[in-house]
Design a binder for this molecule. Structure first.
Ligand code: TXA
Ligand code: MG
Length: 501
């Protein structure tokens, strides 16, 4: 008997994902598709089996009849089928949370059922929805979750905080773009991993910024990273691993507080500095007795490390002293032909580098503020000391005072009064939030319309890069509240700027 290989599939939540969430939908006439639902699904062109997994507690509450839900489901499937998009099944959980069923999200009951019936490869499946339960359900079976900001997505975004393995998309179209990109890149990961194994250097996406990676145990390969980046040898690299299992290859000893942080925040934007094992090459650690380690929260990075079967030493994939790249395009612009391979994972979700914490002293010390807020760390392990290291062999040389250098002078405008002083100049403005009034600037980049620090961090480097490309005399920057990710943003802005007034 011929057996076909397991297939990939996509599971969609119904309300807020495929159709607008308008409370209980009782009849086909209540159904309103999002504008991009059909064109987005058509882009998938038969590459995936498609399913709907919907939670209709209205049935359990007696507010909806199973027949009404069935009619709505059928209408959704038929309407899309008419346009050439075929669904293989619709699964409905009719229960309320109190009824304690096995099919309620985030239980992956229906995913397992579909996998058995349709011979699915769950590790190549995606689950899309506007509620954290949708992506959690996917993660529970090793599938990839994509959280949509349509429907209730905006409202629930906060509940997703640094949850591992989750992509966020503004709408279905953006989610499909991510899926297709991963599809394409998935085939390239074995090739990239082979290059790493052979001693080559590969640029790859992480959730923070793009990294330039090599086998951490190959000093020759690591030397090429320094050469390509024009990075001084006194500046040690972060070693990336796929899970805590790889720690024993690198670190001698893991203090209890470090362990708690790993359990909670890995994979994620947190780098821990621990006492190193002797066989970790000195070039990686710049001769220090310590090594910096993290598990990146990006499916392609994790897959690359797993496939290469070695820890990957990687600084950010930029020339030394320049802005860290947050897209594959930025890497191409800066390093282009000098790297052996560039994996494209789209824009980085966090946008600033990881937070670095040292465990070498009595109390843990913050060496670099970054993508994980200090408040989150302190709420788990108590007070953290502040590191400093601005001598010529800094504790964490990313802490060099002027490290992220665009060509255009950047000035931080503490009190918003600077513009007059520069009235005869071509000035660009890097604004934290949407300005209330009209403005006289040549160009403005808004980091986050709503003034959201997370969104601002994600946009930071790309926005500076765009302003820097405009041949301005000056870039004025708002000062940003130094809480949460605002600390990392202001840290990078100070390093990029000449003066703060
Ligand atoms: O988010 C990130 O951390 C990104 C991605 C690619 O993972 N990586 C990154 O690497 O920002 P890089 O090389 O640009 O910055 C690494 C920082 C440097 O400031 C370095 O000095 C510090 O980590 N570092 C590395 N090993 C260290 C050690 N043993 N002790 C103290 N600091 C260390
Ligand atoms: Mg860097």
């Amino acid at each position: 008997m011929e057996t076909s290989p397991p297939k990939p599939a996509i599971f969609f939540d119904r309300d807020g994902t495929l159709v607008e969430d308008r409370g209980h939908l009782r009849s086909p006439s209540d159904v309103v598709f999002f504008r991009d639902t059909l064109p987005a699904l058509q882009r998938l062109k038969g590459r995936y089996l498609l399913f709907i997994v919907t939670h209709q507690s209205g049935i359990g509450l007696g507010l909806l009849s199973p027949e009404q839900v069935e009619a709505v489901n059928q209408h959704v499937v038929d309407a899309l089928a008419q346009a050439g998009v075929t669904f293989s099944g619709v699964y409905t959980c009719p229960h309320t949370r109190e009824q304690g069923c096995q099919c309620i999200k985030p239980n992956p009951h229906f995913l397992l059922k579909a996998a058995a019936e349709f011979n699915l490869d769950l590790s190549r499946c995606f689950v899309l929805g506007d509620h954290p339960h949708d992506v959690e359900m996917g993660r529970n079976v090793g599938a990839q979750g994509i959280f949509l900001l349509t429907g209730h997505g905006q409202k629930h975004l906060g509940e997703l905080v640094e949850r591992p393995g989750v992509m966020v998309a503004r709408n279905l179209d953006e989610a499909v773009t991510s899926i297709l990109r991963e599809d394409l890149q998935r085939d390239q990961i074995p090739q990239a991993a082979e290059i790493v194994r052979q001693g080559g250097i590969v640029a790859f996406p992480t959730e923070t910024v793009y990294g330039l990676g090599a086998d951490a145990f190959s000093p020759l390969a690591v030397a090429r990273i320094f050469e390509v980046k024009k990075r001084p040898f006194f500046d040690p690299l972060i070693v990336h691993i796929a899970s805590q299992d790889d720690l024993k290859k690198l670190a001698k000893d893991v203090p209890p507080k470090a362990k708690r942080l790993m359990d909670r925040f890995w994979p994620g934007p947190l780098t821990l500095v621990l006492l190193k094992r002797e066989d970790v090459p000195d070039l990686v650690t710049a001769g220090l007795p310590t090594v910096a380690i993290r598990v990146p929260n990006h499916p392609m990075a994790l897959k690359l490390i797993e496939t290469a079967q070695c820890p990957i030493a990687a600084p950010s994939a930029n020339l030394f002293g320049h802005l860290s790249p947050t897209t594959a395009e930025h890497v191409r612009e800066q390093l282009g032909d000098h790297v052996d391979f560039i994996l494209d994972g789209g824009p980085c979700r966090v946008g600033v580098e990881s937070t670095i914490l040292s465990f070498m002293g009595e109390t843990p010390r913050l060496l670099r503020p970054g993508g994980l807020a200090l408040e989150e760390i302190e709420s788990l392990i108590g007070p953290v000391g502040m590191g400093s290291g601005t001598d010529d062999r800094p504790l964490s040389p990313g802490m060099l005072p002027r490290h992220y250098a665009p060509r255009t002078p950047i000035v931080i405008d503490q009190n918003g009064k600077l513009l007059q002083a520069y009235s005869n100049k071509k000035v660009g403005w890097l604004a934290f939030r949407e300005p209330a009034r009209s403005h006289p600037f040549h160009h403005i980049e808004i980091l986050s319309k709503k003034g959201d620090l997370r969104e601002a961090a994600a946009n930071l480097f790309a926005a500076i890069r765009r302003l820097d490309g405009l041949h301005l005399d000056l870039i004025l920057v708002d000062s940003i509240p130094e809480v949460g990710l605002g600390r990392a943003i202001m840290d990078r802005l100070r390093r990029a700027s000449q003066e703060e007034i």
